[in-house]
Design a protein around this ligand. Structure first.
Ligand SMILES: Cc1cc2nc3c(=O)[nH]c(=O)nc-3n(C[C@H](O)[C@H](O)[C@H](O)COP(=O)(O)OP(=O)(O)OC[C@H]3O[C@@H](n4cnc5c(N)ncnc54)[C@H](O)[C@@H]3O)c2cc1C
Length: 312
């Protein structure tokens, strides 16, 4: 009998992908506990970095800082701090960045940011940065941070055109960004077309797919309408009738995201960024399907000592 190759055939995908995980800073003691449960479950998967978001309008400045530093100190992971241009002068942002550098944080996810919900369109602070490209340039003047930026496979809603949005991505690269992390998407073809166009526009940095495991389909529809991402009818069909069935929903969600990653891997993608929403189980299941296994904490600690030695 012929041996059939399964979609998860390790020979078909010999290289293990690199992964990174995104979290948000907790606002309450209960959420703080949930975040740390998720971090402790995901840390043994040895992500390339763990990033922490910056609340709308800079509302989480202190909490983001505390979480980023704690991830480095308590887990030995390499953290990345998100930072936005919203509601702050250039010198305020520079002092936030200096504080990160002094705390040993070397990776910033530099974003324009959005105003708090219901507050209309983004308006730059009169003494602030007008866009993410300006922020990247400003951060590079503070110190030689590794900088990631946002990339928008379905075009940012404020962009004049898809071509103008790609020019903006190229400006972020030219200002010093090392990688783009995409807004979440579900249609693999869409990402592939975007990647091709970006390369044609001169973007040579990696464009790491942002993967959003669907914990709650209605919430995903809401997120998507805010950021201009499309939700394919096939995805809606997968989650049809599961609103009150969280167990089945989880199994379906792991399959959907696992299949999305597998198709991306077949197209040469070797790095994924997971929007964890501070929950471990789906991200852990998807990573497992990708062949990633938990490592013991001793080797993680040793890696972190090595990294510290490299940092000097
Ligand atoms: C991976 C990731 C992480 C995120 N994390 C956060 C977070 O922690 N906190 C948060 O508040 N938000 C976050 N966001 C959301 C992000 O802030 C929004 O998508 C925001 O609306 C745009 O940010 P940007 O960095 O892409 O902006 P920019 O790159 O500045 O682009 C914004 C828009 O302006 C246009 N533009 C820029 N420069 C020019 C110019 N010179 N002329 C004309 N048009 C121009 C661009 O084409 C685009 O349409 C994240 C998004 C992603 C993908």
């Amino acid at each position: 009998m012929n041996q059939l190759s399964t979609p998860w055939d390790r020979q078909a995908f010999p290289a293990l992908p690199a992964v990174s995980f995104e979290f948000f800073p907790p606002a309450t003691p209960e959420l703080h506990q949930k975040l740390w449960q998720a971090l402790e479950r995901l840390a043994p998967l040895a992500p390339r970095f763990a990033s922490v978001t910056y609340g709308a309008g800079g509302s989480t400045r202190e909490r983001t800082h505390e979480t980023v530093v704690a991830i480095q100190e308590r887990l030995g992971l390499r953290p990345a701090a998100h930072l936005t241009c919203v509601g702050a002068t250039q010198s305020e942002i520079e002092s936030v960045a200096k504080r990160y550098w002094q705390a040993g944080i070397r990776h910033i996810v530099a974003l324009r940011g959005d105003p708090p919900e219901g507050k209309g369109k983004f308006v730059p602070h009169p003494q602030g940065y007008r866009c993410a490209a300006e922020l990247v340039a400003g951060l590079k003047k503070v110190a030689d941070f590794e900088i990631s930026v946002a990339a928008h496979p379905e075009t940012h809603p404020d962009a004049l055109s898809p071509a103008a949005d790609l020019e903006n991505l190229k400006r972020k690269q030219d200002a010093g960004a090392a990688r783009g992390i995409t807004q979440f998407f579900f249609d693999v073809e869409l990402y592939l077309r975007f990647r091709d166009k970006a390369v044609k526009a001169g973007v040579s940095m990696p464009l790491v797919p942002g993967i959003l495991p669907v914990t709650n389909f209605r919430q995903v529809q809401k997120f998507a309408s805010r950021c201009g991402a499309s939700v394919p009818a096939s995805l809606a069909r997968h989650f049809e009738g599961l609103d009150d069935d969280p167990e089945t929903r989880k199994l379906v969600a792991a399959h959907v995201a696992g299949e999305q990653c597998r198709r991306l891997q077949a197209e040469g993608v070797h790095e994924f960024h997971f929007y964890t929403l501070n929950r471990a189980e789906l991200t852990r299941a998807i990573c497992h399907l990708l062949g990633i296994r938990a490592r013991d904490t001793q080797s993680l600690a040793e890696d972190s000592v090595d990294r510290a030695a490299v940092r000097g």
